[in-house]
Ligand binder design. Structure first.
Ligand SMILES: [Zn+2]
Length: 497
C-alpha cells in the first residue's frame, strides 16, 4: 500500500467562500476531516453518506474521465457548508436540486455551500458534475491512479477515491454503490460487486456494477483496460468474476493459476471466518507496474508482479481474508490497522498449514526467532503504529504473532470461536482494537489486557509464550524456514512502496 512521506497537518479553515449571513437556522460548517488523528484531513464532518451513484465515461487513449456523482447523505448537524474529498475539476454542484457554490481548499477538499442551511437529520442529495485527467492530479505529492497502456486503475490505501469520485473518504462512512462506466467498445470497465448489465451504442460500451452491501471508500475500485473475464461459482453459490489484462506477458499463467483459486479459497476461509459476507467475489490483475495488492471489496486488485515468481495462492488468501477482516468489519480509525493486517497475515499461516508447507506454530516460531530483541522490528507497535508505520512489516508479522499468542493463551476451541465470531459481531460496520480485546475477553472469559499490551502496544520484544518455549526445546537448533515462507514473504512487496 501507499505510505505517506509526511502526515498532513490539520487544514486551516482557508476557505475563500463568501460569508454566509447568519439566519435563524444558521448552522455551522462541517469539519474538513472526520477526526482521524493519523490523517486529520481525511473524510469530513457534518453528514453521513448512504449511497454513491457514479455515472462515468472514460477515454483510455487520453486518460480523460468525466462523471456525474449523485450522493445520498443524511446531515448530522445543522450544516451551513460541507466538504467532499476530491481532486478532479468540478463544473457544477447541486444540493437538493439547487445550484450550490463550491471551491477547492487544502490538498483534496471540495467545499460545498448550499443556498440554504441544511437542517440536522435531513436527507440530502448532492450531484457533482466533473471531468479531468486523473493521472495529472496529485495530493501530498503522490498519486493513487495507475495509468496503464490500455487504461487506468484506481486502487490504493488509505486513499484512492480522490482520483475518480467525490466522497467522504474515510472507512467510518460506508455506503452502497452503483458504478456505471462507459468505455470504447473492446475495452472493459471493472468495479466492485455484481455486473448488472452491459450495453453498447455508437462505439461505446457501458458496464453497470452494483455493490449492495456497505463499502468503505478506499475499498471501491475502478479499472479500465483490455481484460479477459472468467466466471464461476463457489461451492456456497457466490458468483465469481475474475479479470486479467490481456497484456500480462510471462506472468499471465501464474496470475490465472493463483486468482482462479479465489472461489476455493473463499470457501476454505469461510470455515475459519464464517459465511462469506458479500454476494459477489473475484479478483483482477491489470497490467500495472506497481508491486502491491489491495482488498478492494468483493474483487481484490493484484499487481502482475505478485506472480512474477510463479503462482502465489498465499496473496489471494491474504486479500480474501480481508473481505472479513477489513471489509465486512472495517477499521474505525487508521490506528486500528492491526485488525486488518494481523489477521490477513495469520490467514496465510493457516493456509500454509492447510497446504502442508509449515504450521502456523512453526511460522510463528520462525518469525519470532528471526528478529533479535534489538531489532527495530519490535519498536513498531501494531496496536497503534503511527501513520508512518501503518504498513510496516511489523504490523503484519508481529501482528500475526499477536494472533498466535492469543491462540496459545486461549487454546484452539476458544481461539477459533473468537476468530469466527468477531466479523459477525460488527457486521458491515467498524471497530477498534480495544473492541476486539473486549470481545475476546467476553467470549473466552479470560483477562487478556496484559497479553495484548505486550504484543500490540509495547516497543519491545515480548517474552516467548509457553507453547513457543516448548517447541523451541524440542528443536535443538533455530527454527527452520517453513516451506511457505517465500510465498508469504512475497506478499510483503504488496505493501512496500
Ligand atoms: Zn493486507
Amino acid at each position: 500500500m501507499h505510505r505517506r512521506l509526511t502526515a498532513p497537518g490539520a487544514l486551516a479553515a482557508a476557505s475563500v467562500l463568501l460569508a454566509i449571513p447568519a439566519s435563524a437556522a444558521s448552522g455551522s460548517p462541517g469539519a474538513p476531516g472526520i477526526g482521524d488523528p493519523y490523517y486529520p484531513a481525511y473524510g469530513n464532518g457534518g453528514y453521513d453518506v448512504s449511497h454513491y451513484d457514479l455515472r462515468l465515461k472514460y477515454r483510455p487513449a487520453t486518460d480523460e474521465l468525466e462523471g456525474t456523482a449523485t450522493i445520498l447523505a443524511k446531515t448530522t448537524q445543522d450544516l451551513s457548508r460541507f466538504d467532499l474529498d476530491f481532486l478532479l475539476d468540478v463544473s457544477e454542484v447541486r444540493v437538493d436540486g439547487a445550484v450550490a457554490a463550491f471551491a477547492t481548499s487544502g490538498e483534496h477538499e471540495l467545499v460545498v455551500t448550499p443556498k440554504k442551511t441544511l437542517a440536522e437529520g435531513a436527507q440530502v442529495t448532492v450531484v457533482v458534475r466533473y471531468r479531468g485527467v486523473p493521472s495529472s492530479k496529485q495530493a501530498y505529492g503522490f498519486t493513487s491512479w495507475h495509468r496503464t497502456p490500455d487504461g487506468g486503475v484506481g486502487a490504493n490505501e488509505p486513499e484512492a477515491a480522490w482520483w475518480w469520485f467525490p466522497s467522504n473518504d474515510h472507512p467510518l462512512d460506508k455506503a452502497t454503490y452503483d458504478v456505471s462506466v462507459q468505455v470504447p467498445d473492446g475495452t472493459q470497465a471493472l468495479s466492485n460487486g455484481t455486473l448488472q448489465s452491459t450495453s453498447s451504442r455508437a462505439g461505446w460500451t457501458r458496464f453497470n456494477w452494483r455493490s449492495g452491501k456497505p463499502q468503505a471508500t478506499y475499498l471501491a475500485t475502478l479499472a479500465v483496460g483490455r481484460f479477459d473475464l472468467t466466471t464461476g461459482t463457489t461451492e456456497s453459490g457466490i458468483p465469481v468474476v475474475n479479470a486479467y489484462s490481456r497484456d500480462l506477458g510471462d506472468n499471465a499463467g501464474a496470475a490465472r493459476a493463483s486468482v482462479e483459486r479465489t472461489g476455493e479459497i473463499a470457501d476454505w476461509l469461510s470455515g475459519y471466518l464464517g459465511p462469506y459476507p458479500f454476494d459477489a467475489l473475484g479478483g483482477y490483475v491489470p497490467n500495472t507496474n506497481t508491486g502491491y495488492a489491495l482488498e478492494t471489496q468483493t474483487r481484490p486488485f493484484y499487481s502482475p508482479r505478485q506472480f512474477a515468481g510463479g503462482s502465489n495462492t498465499s496473496v489471494v488468501v491474504h486479500e480474501l481474508a480481508h473481505q472479513w477482516y477489513g471489509d465486512f468489519v472495517s477499521v474505525a480509525g487508521w490506528k486500528d490497522i492491526w485488525l486488518n493486517e494481523g489477521f490477513a497475515r495469520y490467514a496465510q499461516w493457516l493456509w500454509s498449514e492447510h497446504e502442508d508447507e509449515g504450521t502456523a506454530r512453526e511460522i510463528a516460531d520462525y518469525v519470532y526467532a528471526s528478529h533479535p530483541a534489538d531489532d527495530a522490528f519490535w519498536t513498531v507497535k501494531p496496536g497503534d503504529p503511527g501513520p508512518e508505520n501503518q504498513f510496516d512489516i511489523a504490523v503484519y508479522d508481529r501482528g500475526a504473532l499477536a494472533v498466535q499468542a492469543l491462540r496459545d493463551e486461549l487454546g484452539d476451541e476458544a481461539f477459533f470461536a473468537v476468530l469466527k465470531g468477531w466479523p459477525r459481531e460488527h457486521a458491515y460496520g467498524n471497530a477498534t482494537v480495544s473492541d476486539f480485546v473486549r470481545y475476546a475477553e467476553r467470549v473466552s472469559g479470560r483477562q487478556l489486557g496484559a497479553l495484548f499490551d505486550a504484543w500490540l502496544f509495547q516497543p519491545s520484544k515480548p517474552a516467548a509464550s509457553a507453547a513457543r518455549t516448548a517447541a523451541a526445546a524440542k528443536a535443538a537448533a533455530a527454527p527452520a524456514q517453513p516451506k511457505s515462507w517465500k510465498k508469504i514473504a512475497a506478499t510483503n512487496d504488496v505493501h512496500a512502496h
